[in-house]
Structures are given as structure tokens and as C-alpha cells.
Design a protein around this ligand. Structure first.
Ligand code: SF4
Length: 386
């Protein structure tokens, strides 16, 4: 059972098989960063084996028309969330008493569900940026569909996620247009492994292939979203350069990494100390939230992920039975992929730059707010099934 708010675990595998067989549908898929670091375990590979290229090859063989990367949308999330952070920080430094800090990350739907139920009085503190999954959907259905010359209703967007709460997130009303979800449905890492096996494919022997573009190009910053601390590290890489106007010589913020349930670090923005908090696991998140409520928090920004270890330990991943050494190996795999990337800062992704030039204008523009941001609800009176 998902500990993070996916009310029921819905398996859309049969729906996916029908959609892939429908010649009228264009079926595109996005794959979350954590999936590539764990999928191989279902095929006998060691924990921490990266299978990015083999996974792309398998998805193409299953019949997806385009194979894209949620990491692209993670880069987009950094552009939106990082801009929001800097705007709120600048207002705070200018003495605006109405501005609320710390800003909290918002890319984990298990965590969003948690604060909507338990801390609804604080629902204006998290970033309004949608999760990468939910940023990918509207870009695919509004920007990519136009480029491909197809109608929104003829495009099916599927996500492969380490997460069960993402299934529920796809069905939230605010992520639909006239009843059509921006992301039609989500398939977990384990469900994908079953699909590959049912198709008589062996992932371990598949050749490596590259993602399609334009929504398949990502930076190292997008990759590390899958591990606890990765989202805030990615944000720090971009926010530092935007705020200071200087080039970040060392992009690895090692102080933000690790597996302790609550961590903190101060990052120097050229003389301005930025206090960052990180929590993974909802019990740890609760402690940081209570500090904020009591006026005791000194953080400017906090990353919260519901699952221990972040998405690498998500409820849809191959089971790890609480073995933290497996989580560490999956995290190390993501940091290896980050290190191997030619571009490691979200704002340098050439396809993100093009997306803003051709379509969105600038981060936090009117169109960005319409398509890529959201709002939260007081769900304290609704039953939360865990
Ligand atoms: Fe899903 Fe990741 Fe949040 Fe877990 S930490 S609920 S896998 S988004």
C-alpha cells in the first residue's frame, strides 16, 4: 500500500495496451528519473544499474509513438520553481512582510496530499509549480501536439513513475481540460517491468537507444530529482547563477546529499546565505512544518519528499524491503548519470530555452502560470486513506 496518499492503486496496463493498438491515437510516454535507476532490478540486474537506454528501447518496442523524459519537465520545474523562489526571496529581502518563506517544493503529490489534509492552514507556503509529471502533460498536449499536427484529443500521454501517488495526481480535476487529463494515466516501474516481460523482451539484452526530442533532452539537474535533496540541489544550481549573474564553478552541492531524514545546509549566494532544509518521509516533514507553524523555522527553502530516499524509494519501484543499501545504490546511479551529462544546469537545456522562446515567453509568465502552476485545497474534512 502506498504510504503517501494514493487512495487506490489503479492499474492502467490494460488501458495502455488498448491505446497502443489504436491507430487513431498518438501515444507518447514520459519516464521519471528514478525509474531508470531501479527497473533493471526486475530483470536480475544489480541495484544501481542504470538502464536508461535499454528502457527507451523497450518502450519503443512496446509501440509508443514517442519516448520522452520527465527529466526535461524537471528542468522546466526548476525554471518555474526557481524563479518563484527568487521572487519571494527578493521581496523578503526588500522587507515585504506579506511574503511567506520558506518556500516548500511541490513536486511530490504524496506530500501535497499530506499537507492538504494535515496542514491546510499553510497551503500558501508551497511553491505553486506543478510536479514535473504535470508540467510535461500540458506541454505535450499544447506545444508538442501542435508541432506534430495532431489534435489534443488524439494524443494520449502516459507516464512511467516510481510512484503510486502520481496515479491519483493524474486524476485531479485541476489537471484536466474539459475532462481530458493532461496526463491520461500513470504506470509504475513494476507494472512496466511486467509489460516488458509479457512482451517476451529481456531488458538486459536490449540495445541502448536515445530519447526522442524535443521533450527528451535533459540536464544532470533534471536527473537528480529522483533522490532526496536532488530537487533543491537542482534549484540551487540555477538560482545561484540567476541571482548572482556569476557562473557556478562547482555544481555539486554535496552538503545537500545524503540519507539522514532531516538535513540542513547553508548555500552561499555570493555573500547571501541561503538556508536550506530537506526532509524525506512524512514524519520528518511534519517536524519541519510544525517548526514553521510555531515561527521557529529559519529556512528560506525546504525540499520535502514523502518516500524515504525520495522517488528512488517510491511505492511503485521494485520492492526493496527497507534495505537502505539498495536506496543508496539507486541514488548513486542518478548522481553518476548527472556527472556524465554535458549540461548539468536546467537553465542551459537548449530545448528548455527554445520552449520559452517559441511558446511560454519567460518563467512565471501568464501562460506559464496557466499551464504549469496550480493551487491547493483544504482537505482537512475529507477522509485520507493510507
Ligand atoms: Fe511519489 Fe516520489 Fe513523492 Fe514518493 S517521493 S510519493 S515516489 S513523488
Amino acid at each position: 500500500v502506498c504510504p503517501t496518499g494514493a487512495l487506490t492503486e489503479k492499474d492502467h496496463t490494460n488501458q495502455l495496451i488498448r491505446d497502443l493498438a489504436d491507430p487513431k491515437k498518438t501515444v507518447v510516454v514520459q519516464t521519471a528519473p528514478a525509474v531508470r535507476a531501479a527497473l533493471g532490478e526486475e530483470f536480475g540486474m544489480d541495484a544501481g544499474t542504470l538502464v536508461t537506454g535499454k528502457m527507451v528501447s523497450a518502450l519503443r518496442s512496446l509501440g509508443f509513438d514517442k519516448v520522452f523524459d520527465t527529466d526535461f519537465a524537471a528542468d522546466l520545474t526548476i525554471m518555474e520553481e526557481g524563479t518563484e523562489l527568487l521572487e519571494r526571496l527578493q521581496k523578503h529581502l526588500d522587507g515585504d512582510k506579506d511574503v511567506k518563506l520558506p518556500i516548500l517544493t511541490s513536486c511530490c503529490p504524496g506530500w501535497v496530499n499530506f499537507f492538504e489534509h494535515h496542514f491546510p492552514d499553510m497551503k500558501d507556503i508551497p511553491s505553486t509549480a506543478r510536479s514535473p509529471q504535470q508540467m510535461f502533460g500540458p506541454i505535450a498536449k499544447n506545444y508538442l501536439a501542435k508541432q506534430m499536427g495532431i489534435k489534443r484529443e488524439d494524443m494520449i500521454v502516459v507516464s512511467i513513475m516510481p510512484c503510486l501517488a502520481k496515479k491519483y495526481e493524474c486524476q485531479r480535476d485541476e489537471f484536466k481540460v474539459d475532462g481530458d487529463p493532461d496526463v491520461n494515466y500513470s504506470i509504475s516501474t513494476r507494472e512496466l517491468a511486467n509489460l516488458i516481460k509479457q512482451a517476451n523482451m529481456d531488458l538486459s539484452t536490449m540495445a541502448d537507444e536515445d530519447f526522442d526530442n524535443p521533450l527528451g533532452e535533459s540536464t544532470g539537474a533534471g536527473v537528480i530529482f529522483g533522490a532526496t535533496g536532488g530537487v533543491i540541489e537542482a534549484a540551487a544550481r540555477t538560482a545561484y547563477e540567476v541571482y548572482t549573474g556569476k557562473t557556478l564553478e562547482k555544481v555539486d552541492f554535496e552538503a545537500l546529499r545524503g540519507m539522514d531524514g532531516i538535513r540542513s545546509a547553508t548555500v552561499d549566494f555570493d555573500g547571501l546565505p541561503i538556508n536550506i532544509g530537506i526532509a524525506h518521509g512524512l514524519g520528518n516533514a511534519r517536524k519541519l512544518l510544525e517548526d514553521i507553524r510555531d515561527g521557529k523555522s529559519e529556512y528560506h527553502a525546504i525540499e520535502i519528499m514523502a518516500c524515504p530516499g525520495g522517488c528512488i524509494g517510491g511505492g511503485g519501484q521494485p520492492l526493496h524491503h527497507g534495505d537502505s543499501s539498495i536506496l543508496k545504490k539507486r541514488a548513486a546511479a542518478l548522481y553518476r548519470e548527472d556527472e556524465g551529462k554535458a549540461i548539468r544546469k536546467s537553465h542551459e537545456n537548449p530545448y528548455i530555452i527554445k520552449l520559452y522562446e517559441e511558446f511560454l515567453g519567460k518563467p512565471c509568465s501568464e501562460l506559464s502560470h496557466k499551464l504549469l502552476h496550480t493551487h491547493y485545497f483544504d482537505k482537512s474534512n475529507e477522509i485520507e486513506i493510507e
